[in-house]
Design a protein around this ligand. Structure first.
Ligand code: ADP
Length: 398
């Protein structure tokens, strides 16, 4: 059984075709510059490649290019799209409406569209992609939506409410929703499996550290708190996002420099974080190289990032009254032994003991704590596409 996983942005479209019989990726690819020019790069599991520049005025032409790549190109992997059993879409914002994944119908499309007010860069693109998929693949192939937010829907009100006048919650749905839920779900399931325990019996902290970063506390098998908030801007500093800060600093800057709400949004989302502090890049590798050659702002960015991550983990240990396992994932979490060592060394008081040799790993699933450690620490490569495919399969099997 083959599942087609779609991750659509406003001008891009990432996809994977996954064979669920053995959960292997048959092909993956990316369409870029949709609405501007259009280009596809597609790769089959056995290493064949297809690349083309082709006009993509809308997502429909992008899906047509994907169909060509999968069925006709030199990197083809299927003969007909009837081989595809279902399509799974990643959706960024499911608000308080979607507590789990579900089949697409007209009402669901309308609700995702309405939630676009809270995710203007993402939800409208997802709706366009769902409709373009129906156009390209027809109505016979079921489509499932999997939300970045739904794993966090188990948070109690004391964790998701903001201490603003209550009216903003009631009238405008302003509260914490979190993000990266698919990844936190996948990684925490993996931790439970590696621990050989029921998820209900362990307290887990999952750290998804990539360009976007979030940390989640999981207790009794469910998310009890997460660092991202109303939008993915909240939490701790990321590639280009500021993370949380005193809102008065923003109103002060806006007044001093005569900036609009949109300006502030842009500054906090695109010009802050590791990029804003280092002035070098949003990429940790560039920043580490700059710090090594003596750039003090790059060194400060790294110091701040590690400190903020440590503080979040500490706060979630307090929130859960302990922790049994900590997992690192995402480009940084999987590839930065020094960051992991810093965090673990600062949790020594809790009995965390890191195995320095094991911690040298990059991009592999490894237990990096010693046998004597009071808390198990893992590196677990995330796989959001597989998680979406699994959810899609489970929904269509019902
Ligand atoms: P996204 O959130 O866009 O999916 P990723 O999970 O790919 O991002 O993470 C990107 C971050 O991971 C970058 O800051 C990058 O420097 C870092 N990263 C990726 N590979 C490595 C590596 N081998 N060593 C150190 N950092 C890495």
């Amino acid at each position: 059984m083959k599942i087609f996983v779609v991750n659509a942005g406003s001008s891009s479209l990432k996809y994977q075709l996954i064979d669920m019989d053995n959960e292997s990726v048959l092909a993956k690819g990316l369409c870029e510059r949709i609405g501007v020019t259009g280009a596809i790069s597609h790769k089959s599991a056995d290493g064949r490649e297809y690349k083309a520049e082709t006009p993509m005025p809308t997502h429909s032409e992008a899906f047509e290019a994907v169909v060509y790549a999968m069925m006709k190109s030199e990197a083809k992997v299927i003969d007909s799209f009837e081989e595809i059993s279902a399509i799974g879409h990643r959706i960024v914002q499911g608000g308080a409406i979607f507590k789990g994944s579900c089949l697409v119908n007209d009402k669901v499309i309308e609700q995702i569209s309405e939630l676009g007010a809270m995710a203007p860069l993402h939800n409208p693109a997802h709706v366009i992609a769902i409709k373009a998929c129906t156009e390209t693949f027809g109505k016979k192939i079921p489509q499932v939506v999997v939300f970045d937010t739904s794993f966090h829907q188990t948070m109690p009100p004391k964790a998701y409410m903001y201490a603003l006048p209550y009216d903003y919650y009631k009238r405008l749905d302003v509260r914490k929703y979190g993000a990266h839920g698919t990844s936190h779900h996948f990684v925490s399931d993996r931790v439970a499996l590696l621990e050989n325990k029921d998820k209900k019996d362990i307290k887990i902290i999952t750290c998804h550290l990539g360009n976007g970063c979030s940390i989640t506390a999981i207790k009794d098998g469910a998310c009890v708190d997460t660092s991202m908030g109303f939008t993915p801007l909240d939490g701790f500093m990321m590639g280009t996002r500021s993370g949380s800060l005193d809102p008065s600093a923003l109103t002060y800057i806006a007044e001093k420099d005569n900036l609009s709400a949109a300006d502030i949004n842009r500054i906090c989302n695109k010009e802050s974080g590791m990029l804003g502090i280092s002035g070098v890049s949003n990429d940790n590798r560039d920043i580490a190289a700059a710090a090594e050659s003596g750039n003090s702002r790059a060194a400060l960015a790294i110091e701040m990032q590690r400190y903020q991550i440590l503080k979040f983990i500490g706060s979630y240990i307090a929130a859960m009254n302990g922790v049994d396992a900590i997992a690192f994932t995402g480009g940084i979490g999987e590839n930065d032994p020094e960051l992991r060592e810093y965090v673990c060394d600062n949790l020594k008081y809790m009995g965390v003991e890191i195995d320095r040799e094991a911690n040298k790993c990059r991009g592999k699933e490894v237990k990096i704590s010693t046998a004597a450690s009071g808390v198990d620490v893992f590196v677990i490569p995330t796989n959001e596409e597989l998680a979406i495919a699994r959810d899609t399969l489970s929904i269509i099997s019902k």
